[in-house]
Structure formats: structure tokens, C-alpha cells
Design a protein around this ligand. Structure first.
Ligand SMILES: C[S@@+](CC[C@H](N)C(=O)[O-])C[C@H]1O[C@@H](n2cnc3c(N)ncnc32)[C@H](O)[C@@H]1O
Length: 331
């Protein structure tokens, strides 16, 4: 048995958006299913402009290694000897992979409540590239197994499932609004994010050109302004603890508005969706997402619950940075 460190990183593509990752990476040494091994050193997503950041992945394997082994028991005991938590990401050798998994501590499979705190133990990932060769990494950017998280959903009250990406962003932050928080929710209709924020006890100022659903509008703690959010100045809306924006808009327009907020000093924490248009690399969204990531203290991620969009998070919490997700979800 030999374990050889690999001098690069492995990127797990977002299903349906592998072309976006390929465009960002430019080239790579090898690919295995939805996994891309890039040999050169890659800077984290919030890094310098001379090393283009990579956003379109579900998980990034930070310290990959190659393990050659003779038996299933040997592979499992090598992983167990490193740490407890290992998530399989298989694209071949499914039977053999299942046999290795059976010999590893079980991972949680039930949906999580919200709020839920990510435990501190790291979550590793591994795959088999042939019957006797395993690629793995004990440290990954996502604290969730294989970069995926499911929540216990409320399938009745919220008017959309968009709140799941808000929950995921706040889980990754390790920070969230509370009863004393004043939140601005821009592009709030029909009201899923607003509902989630009100449930945390926060007061919410929701802004949208379209009305909120009536049952959301009737909730206590809410004010609503029917308006183009981006023509409202920070000084007009007043200080807020959190600014949320899920507006369907060009990221460039959002960027100009966020610049005003950052300059005003009237908000501390931000969670905003960056909506993309078109194919990989096309449109302004890809360039503007790099400008968002370059704002100090920021991270741009593709959340498990994001579709053709990224999420910009800028918060006082130290935990919320890609690669700091050393936390994990043990049973
Ligand atoms: C994806 S929906 C938001 C869903 C919402 N987060 C939820 O959980 O229900 C996008 C919203 O952005 C709003 N929107 C788009 N441009 C806007 C603007 N300039 N100002 C305010 N709202 C805008 C649309 O009216 C739409 O309601």
C-alpha cells in the first residue's frame, strides 16, 4: 500500500455546470467523472486577480492524495487511520466503493433542521479511479458530505423553496440574524427569504417591484416597500445588520448598489445571489463575480441549493470562507 500526496487540488463539478468549471480551470491534468484534478497551485476563491478564482464547484479537495491498495479492508483502514469522516464520490467501481464505505463510520443521511451548527470535525472525500487506486482528501472546502446538504423543509407555508439557499449560506457563515437584527431583503417576492428571516425573530424591511404573497405580508415584524431596490440609497433605507438580495438582476447592477452600501458603512453582513446568464464565460456575470470575490472579507460560492447562480457572502463571522470549512457533519 502506498499513499502519495498530490501537488494540486481536485474540483468536484456542479452537476449540469461542468462546462463552467472547465472554462474556469482552462486546463487540468486528469478528470475522473465529475472530478477534475488541477496540478498547479490554485488560490482560494477570494484571492488575487492574477490567479483566477474558481467558483463553479460543489466541493474542492484541498489536500488530495493517491492511495494504492491491495484489499478493500486495507483501503478502509487507511482512511480510518487518517480521520473519522469520509464521503464517497463515485463515478465507477460502485460495488467496490460500497464495500469500502461499509467498513467506514457511517455518515449522517437525515435532513438537517435549521438552524444547525456545523460540527468541527473535518469531512473528507474519496473516489476510486480503478479497483486498486483511491484518490482522496481529508480536507475539503465544503463541510457537507460530498458538498451536499438537505434540510427539513416546510412544504406548506413558504411560497418558494428559495429559502433553502439562504439557510445554507447562514449555516456556512456560522452567523445569522437574531431577534435584535434589522434585515433588508431586496428582491423579496414572493417572500421565502423574508419568511425565513422573520422566523429567526429578526425584523425585516422587504423591497420588491412585485408584492409579497398575502400570507407573508401579514406576518409581524415586516415592513414592505414596493420599489426598484437599486434606486433606493442606503441613507434612505437606514442602517441594517444584514442585507440580503435575491433579486433577478444583472450582477453588475447589484455590484453598483452594494458598493454604495459598503461605502456608507450602514450594513455589516451581506448575502446576495449573483444570477448568471448564458454559457460558460459568457455575459458579465462571470467577470462581476470575480469583482465581488475581491471585496475584502468576502467569499463567492456555488451553494448546493444554487441553480445557475452564485452566492456572495460578506460577514463579520470568521468561519465563512471557502477552505475554512474544516467543519463536518458526523453522525
Ligand atoms: C428569485 S425572486 C426572489 C425570491 C425570494 N428570495 C423568495 O425567497 O421568495 C426574484 C425577485 O427579484 C425581484 N426584482 C428583480 N429586480 C428587482 C429590482 N430592481 N428591485 C426590486 N426587486 C427586483 C423580482 O420582482 C422577483 O420578485
Amino acid at each position: 500500500m502506498t499513499l502519495t500526496p498530490l501537488a494540486g487540488q481536485v474540483f468536484q463539478a456542479v452537476r449540469g455546470f461542468a462546462d463552467h468549471l472547465e472554462w474556469e480551470l482552462g486546463d487540468w491534468k486528469e478528470s475522473w467523472g465529475i472530478l477534475y484534478y488541477k496540478e498547479a497551485e490554485i488560490e482560494p476563491s477570494s484571492s488575487r486577480a492574477d490567479s483566477p478564482p474558481v467558483f463553479w464547484h460543489q466541493n474542492r479537495w484541498l489536500e488530495p492524495f493517491c492511495l494504492t491498495f491491495d484489499s478493500i479492508g486495507q483501503a478502509a483502514s487507511a482512511l480510518r487511520g487518517i480521520q473519522r469522516n469520509w464521503a464517497p464520490v463515485l463515478f465507477t467501481q460502485f460495488r467496490r466503493g460500497a464495500l469500502i464505505s461499509e467498513k467506514l463510520p457511517p455518515l449522517p443521511s437525515k435532513p438537517r433542521p435549521f438552524p444547525w451548527t456545523v460540527p468541527p470535525q473535518p469531512m473528507g472525500s474519496w473516489t476510486l479511479v480503478n479497483p486498486r487506486t483511491l484518490i482522496g482528501s481529508a480536507r475539503c472546502s465544503s463541510p457537507f458530505p460530498g458538498g451536499a446538504i438537505a434540510y427539513i423543509e416546510d412544504k406548506h407555508f413558504p411560497p418558494s423553496r428559495a429559502y433553502l439557499k439562504l439557510w445554507e449560506a447562514l449555516t456556512l457563515c456560522g452567523n445569522r440574524p437574531g431577534p435584535a437584527s434589522r434585515c433588508l431583503d431586496a428582491g423579496a417576492s414572493p417572500g421565502g427569504w423574508t419568511w425565513a428571516l422573520l422566523r429567526l425573530g429578526a425584523s425585516v424591511l422587504a423591497v420588491d417591484r412585485a408584492p409579497l404573497e398575502a400570507r407573508i405580508q401579514a406576518l409581524p415584524g415586516l415592513s414592505f416597500i414596493k420599489h426598484d431596490a437599486f434606486t433606493l440609497k442606503p441613507e434612505t433605507l437606514g442602517p441594517v445588520d444584514w442585507l440580503f438580495c435575491d433579486a433577478a438582476c444583472y450582477p453588475q447592477r447589484l455590484y453598483g448598489w452594494i458598493e454604495q452600501w459598503l461605502e456608507s458603512g450602514l450594513c455589516t453582513n451581506y448575502v446576495c445571489t449573483l444570477k448568471m446568464q448564458g454559457s460558460a464565460g459568457a455575459g458579465e456575470g462571470f467577470a462581476v463575480s470575480r469583482r465581488f470575490a475581491a471585496i475584502p472579507g468576502s467569499v463567492v460560492l456555488h451553494l448546493f441549493h444554487n441553480k445557475h447562480e452564485l452566492t456572495w457572502i460578506h460577514t463579520a463571522a470568521a468561519r465563512c470562507q471557502e477552505g475554512a470549512g474544516g467543519g463536518a457533519a458526523p453522525a
